[in-house]
Structure formats: structure tokens, C-alpha cells
Ligand binder design. Structure first.
Ligand code: SF4
Length: 282
């Protein structure tokens, strides 16, 4: 007994400061890729290297539209290795209220050899996120009024590889300790305020997910976790998968990553609750 007490006192507090303080990651941690649209001389190598189709190039005569979708990104870093204009960052707070908020496009005039002559338009600059944020605020207000400061989460694996589950389990360890926010995981959707759903929604799990949603009392929140939960990830839409949680039930918050780190999940959950968290930064 005294040995345990001694060891506990010697170890001290291990719980991370985040979100009150900065998150601490391993040196090799990769967050989202950042795109220097003004100086990106050619998007084709990055698009060809991207294994998930997160970067799409569409040429129309002497113009090109490049679309980047963080909802599909698995943060592999291949685009940054493929050419200039892309670098990997350590940013992980990417949760958003809609899939549209996770994507942007850039239009380029082209040189005869297909490289970019100049940037014509950047949808990031023109994005009107006001409507989406208002919708998000309405959800958060309702939830805050009804749920106060506690939250019960039911996790639903709709066909994931279990990478997301490993990170979700880590939310409950002493380092991330999600219970300090009054948030805990429950075994039944009937006791839950939020469904945290992973996986691309296999067709075998579709009915189960629908029934789980119906069994969750209102007001209920749904958070889609990971690239699979957002857009089907690597597997996408096929004979066995629906290609994302919102193809089956309504989603309030999307958390990108493959898998999203515990801090990214925590950011998304707190964002859904309106308890802090920065909005999407690209
Ligand atoms: S980091 Fe994302 S955008 Fe870049 S190649 Fe990997 S999946 Fe594609």
C-alpha cells in the first residue's frame, strides 16, 4: 500500500494540459498538409501521389481547378514529398460542422506545359462560413441548455479498422482523462447524448447504426470520427460500404484524421458541445 502511494506521489500528475494548454506530440507527428496556393507551381504530382483522392485536379483548356478535401486526407505526407507548394504541419484541430467546411478549391491559369501560370481564385478567401456556424451554434445552444456540463457518449464502430477505437480508448487513460470534463462513455445508446461513430459504414452495419441513432434520446449529437467516418476513407463507396456516416444518419461534427489523435477527438467533442475549440483553419 505504502509502495503504491509512494510511487503515485513520485509519478505526479500525468494528465495533459490540452485544451487549456498546448498539445504535446512526438517529434514525428504529422498534422494536416498546408498548401501555398500562390507559389504552387504544379498540383499534378501531389494529386498523383495522394492515395485517397483528397487532391483532385480538373483541367479545362487553359485553366485548372484543384480541390483539396481534408475529409479524405489521411495525413500521410505523400503530397508534401511529391513537389513544392505543400508542407506537412502539426495542426490537428480540424473538426468542422460540415463536410463543405473541410474542402476548398483553387483555380489556376496554365502554362502550355501544364504548370501553373498564376492563381486565379481561392475559395478559402471567398468562403461564407456564417451560415454553417449559425447552424452549429443552434445545435450547441440546444445541447448546452439540455445537457448542462455532462455528456454521455456511445461509441459506434460501423466497420472501422479499429485505429480510431485505439485513439478513443486513449481518451479515457490518465493522460487524456476525458472524464475531467464530465464526459463519459456508456454501454447503451439509450443512456447516450452523443454517438461517436467510426468507420465507413459497412452495409452490414447500416441498419444497426440507424437503429442505434433512433434509440438515442433527443437532443442527440453525432460526431463522425476519422477519414472513413467522413467520406469512407481509403475504401470509399463500394459494394460493401456506404462511404461515410452522413450517408446513413445526420452528423453534427466531423473530425478528420486517420486516425484522429485523442486531442483531435477531444477538440471535435468539445466543439460539438460549444465548450471551446477553434474553428477550422486551413
Ligand atoms: S497528406 Fe492527405 S492530401 Fe497529402 S497525399 Fe496524404 S492523404 Fe493526400
Amino acid at each position: 500500500m505504502f509502495k503504491i502511494l509512494h510511487q503515485t506521489l513520485r509519478t505526479g500528475i500525468v494528465t495533459a494540459d490540452y485544451p487549456a494548454g498546448p498539445a504535446r506530440f512526438a517529434e514525428r507527428f504529422r498534422g494536416r498538409p498546408a498548401f501555398d496556393l500562390e507559389n504552387w507551381s504544379d498540383a499534378r504530382p501531389a494529386a498523383a501521389a495522394c492515395p485517397t483522392g483528397a487532391i483532385e485536379v480538373c483541367d479545362n483548356g487553359t485553366q485548372r481547378r484543384v480541390t483539396v478535401d481534408y475529409g479524405r486526407c489521411v495525413f500521410c505526407g505523400e503530397c508534401a514529398s511529391a513537389g513544392n507548394g505543400v508542407r506537412m504541419t502539426r495542426e490537428f484541430e480540424l473538426a468542422a460542422f460540415s463536410r463543405e467546411q473541410l474542402a476548398f478549391s483553387a483555380d489556376y491559369a496554365l502554362n502550355p506545359d501544364g504548370t501553373h501560370a498564376r492563381l486565379l481564385a481561392d475559395s478559402r478567401a471567398a468562403a461564407d462560413t456564417g451560415k454553417l456556424e449559425a447552424a452549429g451554434r443552434a445545435v450547441r445552444e440546444t445541447v448546452r441548455r439540455v445537457l448542462g456540463r455532462s455528456l454521455a457518449i456511445r461509441e459506434v464502430d460501423s466497420g472501422s479498422c479499429n485505429g480510431c477505437e485505439l485513439e478513443i480508448i486513449a481518451l479515457n487513460n490518465p493522460i487524456h482523462d476525458i472524464e475531467r470534463f464530465g464526459i463519459h462513455f456508456v454501454a447503451s445508446p439509450r443512456h447516450a447524448d452523443m454517438l461517436l461513430v467510426t468507420g465507413p459504414v459497412t452495409r452490414n452495419m447500416e441498419l444497426a447504426l440507424r437503429k442505434t441513432y433512433q434509440a438515442t434520446p433527443e437532443p442527440r449529437l453525432v460526431v463522425a470520427a476519422g477519414a472513413c467516418g467522413i467520406r469512407g476513407g481509403i475504401v470509399g463507396v463500394n459494394y460493401a460500404t456506404r462511404g461515410g456516416v452522413d450517408q446513413v444518419i445526420p452528423v453534427d461534427v466531423y473530425v478528420p484524421g486517420c486516425p484522429p489523435r485523442p486531442e483531435a477527438l477531444l477538440h471535435g467533442i468539445l466543439l460539438a458541445l460549444g465548450r471551446g475549440g477553434k474553428q477550422l483553419r486551413r
